[in-house]
Write a protein that binds this ligand. Structure first.
Ligand SMILES: C[S@@+](CC[C@H](N)C(=O)[O-])C[C@H]1O[C@@H](n2cnc3c(N)ncnc32)[C@H](O)[C@@H]1O
Length: 606
């Protein structure tokens, strides 16, 4: 390993939400629907720290939460016939649906009954106010809220606890006239907030999200949603509430749900045209100018922060539908589907492109690990946010403060390829004013090449690309959990997944503060890249979301043009990977001329 010299960064700022910490959640799983106040100012980090989930993904994905004997019918298609919750003209008789068992029907009847009861109470409240000439603006509480309150008092809501996963009696595609209907049926317990959550072991976990129309959310396809977190960043500006979003409340709950692979219900809002169709209540009147359609169970795959339309930071979440979950499937179907996922995409939809396992699958496939796409920083580490650039019109080498830190040059060419390798590259990031398409963010847009994992000779699994990779292209990051060096046990293991990090010559070395990325339990495709004495990848230190040189991102770029199906490798000895120690104790199977020259007497007959 190379020697470690270094400089000081001085004071470290926090990346996380400021503010004191009251208990992260005041609600409990058994809280009455809609009763909680969403906010929480829990002190929490931007990074993945605190990801205390212990379940491997596979396990979590198969474990369908069971809370009622009567499982709801979840079908993975928005086109399935829906049960109109409003009980009006032209509805199908629920009892005729062959797919629904007796219990499913009774759940649906309960849901329908709750909606009917709500509308009855709503009419009563409205009528009472009308007769007393009480106008909504004078009453201080809306007719909806008052009716909802009465529903709760008379215990007429169904599925009252904060359920996780599917809601009994509610199908994908089911329509609701208003937010209150979502509350009385147990789909989403918040009448205003878009994110609903429960507290478990003192941590909030998201149960459902509703597109409120206030943020720039979008459903990219019927299986993928980009959801903007909550707080101070409405698309239309709001009333004096513009501020940076924080990793607390619903945002923290979504982050935690991502780490623990918790299911999140998603409800989409559709605006209705004046004469268009839409659910109506018993009197055939529209209750609002939009409708809400239940879309099914989604999983949070990743999150990031970006600047919103008003220049404030927003937490963005990517959720995808879990196609393995379908209550018509028996367990065998679920495991078959999981197997298929393993062959098709080891990242389980977390990368933009699927990552295949070539050859063996199932028991013969790579041993299980939790696929993550964001580094998990140590909880106790205060990460200093960098001072971002102010280049709203695009970054230029002479004026962009990030380019200035790179020696007054932008490290990337127009096509996104790195111009030259450096000890450290400063990219623009979440604290910069430039756009996401800024050229100085080349390594932040995810994997683009068609990578796959395959069995090598003598080295276990390795990585290769099905497509050609041009010199200088970003390939992938080495992702895992950052551990203080002392915790990264140097003991010899068959396959080591440690990557020692830290910019050589930076201040952390004076304090003896060293870190290692451990990708054994949590990692991405980077953990499968093997060593070669004549590598085709280069591990580049990159900083953008914090300024701490002791834990830069490790980004792999192509150090030569790489032909399709060539194994991707980097030099463990140059990159300070702890595997370098391993290589001293075991034979190198990179099978290159450089290796034979380095180790002329080594036996390579595996
Ligand atoms: C980061 S892992 C790489 C992925 C690993 N091959 C697997 O199957 O998971 C590092 C381990 O791969 C093996 N390895 C990597 N490069 C090697 C090489 N050139 N020769 C022999 N073994 C190698 C060693 O066992 C090493 O500890």
């Amino acid at each position: 390993m190379g020697d470690r010299r270094f400089h000081s960064l001085g004071k470290r700022l926090r990346v996380d939400s400021p503010g004191g910490c009251r208990k992260p959640d005041e609600r409990t799983e058994s809280a009455e629907n809609g009763g909680g106040k969403g906010g929480c100012s829990s002190k929490s980090r931007l990074d993945g720290a605190g990801a205390s989930y212990s379940k491997p993904d596979d396990e979590a994905a198969v474990a369908v939460p069971v809370r009622s004997k009567t499982r709801p019918t979840e079908v993975n298609s928005a086109k399935v016939p829906y049960v109109d919750a409003c009980g009006g003209v032209g509805r199908r008789d629920l009892r005729t649906s062959a797919a629904q068992g007796k219990e499913g029907v009774s759940d649906q009847m309960k849901v329908k009954e709750a909606v009917r009861a709500f509308h009855k109470i709503f009419e009563e409240v409205k009528g009472a106010r009308k007769s007393k000439h009480v106008f909504e603006k004078d009453s201080g509480i809306s007719v909806f809220s008052e009716a909802l309150e009465r529903m709760k008092m008379s215990k007429k809501c169904v599925n009252p606890g904060k359920l996780r996963g599917p809601v009994p009696g509610v199908e994908i595609g089911q329509e609701f006239c208003c937010r209150a209907e979502l509350v009385v049926t147990g789909v989403h317990g918040q009448i205003v907030k878009g994110i609903d959550w429960v507290s478990k072991d003192g941590k909030p976990y998201a149960t459902s999200i509703v597109e409120s129309g206030q943020y720039s959310n979008c459903m990219k396809s019927k299986d993928e949603v980009i959801y903007c977190g909550e707080g101070g960043n409405r698309v239309f500006g709001g009333r004096g509430c513009l501020k940076d979003q924080k990793l607390s409340g619903g945002n923290l709950a979504l982050r935690n749900s991502m780490h623990s692979n918790h299911p999140v219900r998603f409800v989409r809002r559709y605006k209705l045209t004046k004469c268009g169709s839409g659910p109506r209540h018993a009197n055939h009147e529209r209750l609002s100018n939009c409708k809400y359609v239940y879309q099914g169970i989604f999983y949070v795959r990743r999150y990031w922060i970006e600047r919103g339309p008003f220049g404030k930071l927003m937490y963005m979440f990517r959720l995808t539908r879990d196609l393995t979950r379908n209550s018509h499937d028996g367990t065998s179907n679920v495991s078959r589907a999981l197997e298929r996922v393993c062959v098709d995409d080891i990242s389980r939809g977390r990368e933009k492109v699927p990552i295949r396992v070539s050859g063996a699958v199932g028991k013969d496939g790579p041993s299980p690990f939790n696929y993550i796409v964001d580094i998990i920083y140590p909880e106790q580490k205060d990460l200093s946010p960098p001072i971002g650039c102010n280049c709203e019109e695009g970054c230029h080498s002479m004026i962009c403060s990030c380019a200035i830190k790179n020696g007054r040059e932008l490290p990337y060419k127009q096509d996104g390829r790195i111009s030259k390798f450096k000890p450290l590259v400063y990219e623009c990031g979440p604290y910069c004013s430039c756009s996401h398409s800024c050229i100085n963010r080349a390594s932040q847009s995810g994997i683009k090449f068609d990578l796959e994992i395959f069995q090598t000779r003598g080295k276990g699994w390795g990585v290769r690309s099905r497509s050609h990779i041009p010199l200088g292209s970003f390939v992938c990051e080495y992702i895992g959990k950052v551990l203080p060096d002392v915790l990264a046990s140097p003991e010899f293991n068959k396959h080591q997944y440690f990557f020692n990090i830290g910019v050589v010559g930076a201040t952390h070395e004076e304090n003896g503060e060293y870190f290692t990325i451990d990708a054994k339990a949590n990692g991405n495709i980077g953990r499968f890249i093997n060593h070669s004495c004549s590598p085709n990848l280069y591990a580049q230190n990159v900083l953008y979301d914090h300024d701490d040189k002791s834990m830069p991102h490790i980004k792999f770029f192509a150090s030569k043009d790489i032909l399709p199906l060539t194994e991707l490798t980097f030099d463990y000895t140059v990159s300070h990977v702890r595997c370098a120690d391993v290589l001293q104790r075991m034979k190198c199977y990179c099978n290159t001329v450089a290796c034979k020259e380095k180790r002329p007497n080594e036996e390579r007959s595996r």
